[in-house]
Design a protein around this ligand. Sequence first.
Ligand code: CU
Length: 147
Amino acid sequence: MLIVIRKRWIVLAIVLVLIGFSWYVFNSRVATEAGGIPLTEETLDIHMVTSEFKSKTEDGREIESYRWDPGTIFVPKDKKVKLRMYGVNGAEHPFLIEGTDIQGTVQKGKETIVDLHFTEKGLYRLICTAHSHVDHQGPMIAYIVVD
Ligand SMILES: [Cu+2]
């Protein structure tokens, strides 16, 4: 009788360990799958908007700065990427990407799509030529990290 009860406890313990292990494997797999955009996709889309910071100094002067948001993006080397820039703040933002022949304009309420395909690692700057410096309601510069 005592041996039968011990066997039941052992079976119960094994079942609980198996349930716990299954739960762990299932959840760790879900976390891995949700961990990021798979870089094996043919094309990668990166979304960006134009934004604006506004503030007042103590003497009542209004200051503002236009920004690319996000201000830093990661682009894998040798990967085809569509950079989708949507104009939210500011009527228009003429831009260029240093080290490339890419240029264009982002207009309020419209999306401008740029095809990126960097073959060299490095740090490239997306510069709005109208707001490139703090004296011109900037610096509206985003950093493209290619690695
Ligand atoms: Cu701008």
